[in-house]
Design a protein around this ligand. Structure first.
Ligand code: ASP
Length: 337
């Protein structure tokens, strides 16, 4: 029988009403106690390295999870992490970069309603996660939610209340789960041939700058000294604004000259960036050859930048890492990039 480690980290799935609103209170053992039936297909141990609303989960907690999975890797067939939904897509993407060439499943799940309510998505999501993590075809970091298995780099929370909160962006779901049965759309575990590679460094000084109409570069200038990288969340397929004096362009130049990394992305969720289409994009690409997100999610783009800068400060080496596909994160990189 497969052995799974259930890692409880808080979130709505484990929350109860306190005087001041929902907050994590249900233990890992209590979570398990809510889903009788799993014993027929797996043995589960539990651990709870922290218990937080995922609003408070970030790089410190990603490293705790990475270290825990690395330490326990040889003792379990798979790992199921119960996590708040709000930053779940970031954690799933971060773990995808931190734990690579991973033949064991690491499943991240949670719910929109606490597990001890009568009407809840939590019990289905947790049982689905255990079931997926016991399947021989499962590997790597995936998010299981609302009957879908989504690659850890492709998930986005698109609904704040509905049970189908997550979508797989610019990529099909890896599998679907219906009535306890798993149907795989992508069955490619055979591709993982290299040894497990775990990284322990992330650069946290990454800033995401969302453009709004009329932006002049003032905010970018103000942030420069406190960050190592900025990801510009531009409009449409991508471009930068011009106030008639090239202020934004100058702000980017100051970053590049200061040895900071600038990455172009888009605030449009689906279909991705392509800075070569419009003059407003080309002008900045021709001058600075900045890496761009293409079809990557913003969550993947942010965490990949943190991870890649944790490995190298050399702009060329960064570019190489950024454009090397990891856990299905990037399909389309034109040759010139
Ligand atoms: N605020 C909660 C969290 O992210 C929401 C949830 O889990 O659904 O921890």
């Amino acid at each position: 029988m497969k052995k799974i480690l259930l890692i409880a980290t808080g979130g709505t799935i484990a929350s109860r009403h306190s005087g001041g609103g929902l907050s994590p209170a249900i233990t890992a053992e209590e979570l398990l106690g809510c889903i009788p039936g799993y014993q027929t297909f797996c043995e589960v141990d539990t651990v709870s390295p922290f218990s937080l609303d995922s609003t408070n989960v970030g790089p410190d907690q990603w490293m705790i999870l990475t270290d825990l999975i690395e330490r326990k890797y040889d003792y379990y067939n798979g790992f199921v992490i119960c996590h708040g939904t709000d930053t779940m897509a970031y954690t799933a993407a971060a773990l995808s970069y931190l734990i690579q060439n991973n033949r064991r499943p690491v499943v991240i799940t949670g719910s929109q309603r606490p597990i001890d309510l009568e009407d809840t998505d939590a019990r289905t999501n947790l049982l689905d996660s255990l079931r997926f993590s016991c399947d021989d075809r499962a590997y790597g970091v995936n998010l299981v939610f609302g009957g879908q298995v989504i690659a850890g780099t492709r998930a986005k929370k698109e609904r704040s209340k509905s049970y189908n909160a997550f979508s797989s962006i610019n990529y099909p779901p890896i599998a679907v789960i219906q009535d306890d049965r798993l149907a795989f759309y992508i069955d490619d575990k055979f591709k993982v041939t290299s040894p497990l590679k775990v990284s322990h460094e992330l650069d946290r000084r990454v800033f995401l700058h969302k453009l709004i109409p009329g932006e002049t570069g003032r905010v970018l200038d103000a942030m420069r000294d406190s960050v190592d990288a900025v990801i510009i969340e531009s409009f449409g397929v991508g471009g930068i604004p011009d106030d008639g004096e090239g202020s934004y362009f100058k702000a980017i130049r100051a970053y590049v000259e200061a040895g900071k990394q600038v990455v172009m992305a888009t605030q449009v969720v689906n279909e991705g960036s392509d800075m070569s289409v419009y003059e407003v994009g080309r002008v900045v690409q021709q001058e600075f050859q900045l890496p761009e997100s293409f079809d990557m999610t913003l969550e993947a783009c942010v965490t990949k930048t943190m991870w890649a800068l944790g490995q190298t400060r050399d702009p060329e080496a960064f570019r190489e890492l950024f454009y090397t596909p990891v856990n299905h994160d990037l399909l389309f990189v034109p040759k010139r990039a």
